[in-house]
Ligand binder design. Structure first.
Ligand SMILES: [Zn+2]
Length: 314
């Protein structure tokens, strides 16, 4: 029996120096709990942007950092509270962890979430909870030697309540966290469909040369507009689908089941439509809709998926 299926099918995390001293760590295939991280190497310390999901994936990420520098990670930014971005916090004991205050609040309220019902096959390892040490709202700067790193929030709920973007103005690199799923289905169940749409505008206005999303490959140059347009098209499709469902008096899952995904069919984790629709219904002023809670929305994703649990190979 294989004890390490991490690299068997999907390949290892891909380390790339996207600008001087700035690395992206992109984990194929970007599906459930297989997220991206990144790090910035300074003369005596390292800033990491996010961690990853399972203990094994986190240790592989730490090995990737060690392949570039022996300096310790002294600062760690959590872009949002989700498990795939924060579970590894405890493996960076020398780091001061910084996040949005709402991100920390959600983490303290939920601890290490129990995903065994929807994701029974994942071997999480022996995880320990560690919350951020420093929080902010609005903007703040962190400094590594002479490099300034801007952290900023959006001022509204988007992928989650408390999303933080990481912008390196001197390097032209923007880390967006899960405001972008490149090649995957955007996921707004824990946030806002409209907020995620608005965030795409903010990302586009930044004038980045390279964008590292929360899931899927990094992208640059002319591809940036292309990726933003495709994410926007999906989120608008979710809103239009909700409008149709509300008009016909269907519940979100009833509407999902009669919807053709069309051009969005090839995005990974397409069952997210059923969860996203709950949020789009909640945000539609014409809807007579009462929020059902996350568990019901996730159960609807499984119904939409033909009764199959989400495909997860983390
Ligand atoms: Zn997320």
């Amino acid at each position: 029996m294989s004890t390490n299926h991490l690299h068997d099918n999907l390949g290892p995390g891909l380390l790339e120096e996207v600008a001087t001293g700035v690395f992206s760590y992109v984990q194929p295939d970007g599906t459930w709990f297989i997220n991206n991280t990144g790090f910035i190497v300074g003369e005596s310390g390292v800033i990491s942007i996010d961690t990853t999901s399972t203990e094994r994936r986190n240790r592989a990420y730490i090995d990737a950092i060690a392949s570039v520098t022996s300096n310790p990670v002294t600062l760690l930014v959590n872009t949002h509270h989700h498990a795939d971005h924060t579970h590894g916090n405890y493996l960076f004991p020398e780091a001061t962890i910084i996040s949005h205050s709402s991100c920390r609040n959600v983490m303290l309220a939920t601890g290490i979430p129990d995903y065994r019902a929807a994701f029974p096959s994942v071997e999480w390892g022996s995880l320990e909870f560690r919350a951020p040490d420093v929080t902010f709202e609005g903007t703040t700067q962190i400094h590594l030697d002479d490099l300034t790193v801007d952290l900023f929030d959006l001022g509204y709920v988007a992928h989650t309540d408390g999303d933080v973007l990481v912008w390196l103005p001197d390097r032209g690199v923007l880390f967006t966290g899960d405001l972008i799923f490149h090649g995957g289905t955007p996921f707004a169940l824990f946030g806002s469909v409209q907020g995620t749409l608005d965030a795409l505008q903010v990302i586009g206005n930044k004038g980045a040369e390279v964008v590292v999303p929360g899931h899927g490959p990094a992208f640059s140059g002319a591809q940036i507009q292309e990726v933003l347009d495709s994410q926007r098209a999906y989120l608008e499709f979710v809103q239009e689908t909700a409008t149709e469902g509300i008009r016909f008096g269907r519940t979100p899952v009833e509407q999902a089941l009669v919807t053709q995904l069309g051009e969005f069919e090839d995005l990974t984790d397409s069952e997210r439509l059923a969860g996203n629709l709950h949020v789009a219904y909640r945000e539609n002023s014409d809807a007579d809709y009462e929020w059902v809670g996350f568990d019901t929305a996730i159960a609807d994703m499984i119904v939409f998926n033909g009764g199959k649990l989400p495909h997860c190979v983390a």
